[in-house]
Design a binder for this molecule. Structure first.
Ligand code: ZN
Length: 188
C-alpha cells in the first residue's frame, strides 16, 4: 500500500496514480464519484460540480473503495443519501488518507480554529470536525484535548485583564458530554 505523501495537503490524485488508477472528471448530477473496473483497468470518475475540497475527498473515497472493496464489486456509484456499510468504511478511510492520525493530533491539541486546520489539510470544515470527533471517540484524543483545553483556560484566567484581551484565544470551544465519556467539542 503506498503511503500518503506529505507535506500537506495530501494529494489524493498522486495516491490514485500510485495505485495505477485513472481519474476522469464528469458532469453527471446525483453522483459525486464513481469507481469502475473495465477489463482490469480501474477508473475513478469525479463530478466537476464539486468544490475543490469535496473533489479531493471524493478521490480519496474512491481510492479507499479500491483499497478495501475492489474484490467485492466492480462498480461503485457514490453520491449523497443513506450511507451503506461500504460507503461508511470508504469515508472513514478517506479521512485517514487526507488527515493521518499522527499529523492530526498536534493540530487538535493546538486548539486552532476549525477553518485553519481544515485549510491545512485541504478538507471541508465538516470533514475535519467529523475526523476529530471520530478520533475523540476511538482514541485517547478526547481526554488529551480536554487537558489542553483546561490548560488554555487556566492560562487565560491568570493573566492580567489588559493582557487577557491581546492573548485571548481566537476561538471559543463549547464542550458537551454525551453518552458517558463521549465528549463533543465544537469550535465556535
Ligand atoms: Zn463510495
Amino acid at each position: 500500500m503506498p503511503s500518503a505523501p506529505t507535506p500537506f495537503p495530501v494529494d489524493p490524485t498522486a495516491l490514485a496514480k500510485a495505485y495505477g488508477l485513472r481519474i476522469e472528471m464528469f458532469t453527471l448530477t446525483g453522483v459525486n464519484g464513481i469507481l469502475v473496473n473495465d477489463a482490469g483497468t480501474w477508473t475513478i470518475g469525479v463530478s466537476n460540480r464539486l468544490p475543490i475540497t469535496r473533489r479531493r475527498f471524493t478521490i480519496a473515497h474512491e481510492v479507499a473503495h479500491y483499497e478495501l472493496h475492489r474484490n467485492l464489486q466492480q462498480v461503485f456509484r457514490c453520491g449523497p443519501g443513506p450511507a451503506s456499510r461500504l460507503e461508511r468504511e470508504a469515508n472513514k478511510r478517506a479521512a485517514e488518507i487526507l488527515m493521518p492520525e499522527e499529523f492530526v493530533v498536534p493540530w487538535v491539541l493546538s486548539l486552532k480554529p476549525s477553518k485553519d486546520v481544515a485549510r491545512h489539510f485541504g478538507v471541508s470544515e465538516m470533514a475535519w470536525e467529523r475526523r476529530m470527533l471520530q478520533l475523540c471517540r476511538d482514541t485517547d484524543l478526547g481526554h488529551d484535548l480536554e487537558e489542553a483545553l483546561a490548560e488554555q483556560l487556566h492560562k487565560s484566567s491568570i493573566v492580567a485583564p489588559t493582557a487577557a484581551t491581546s492573548t485571548e484565544p481566537a476561538l471559543r470551544i463549547q464542550v458537551s458530554r454525551k453518552r458517558g465519556r463521549r465528549v463533543v467539542y465544537t469550535y465556535l
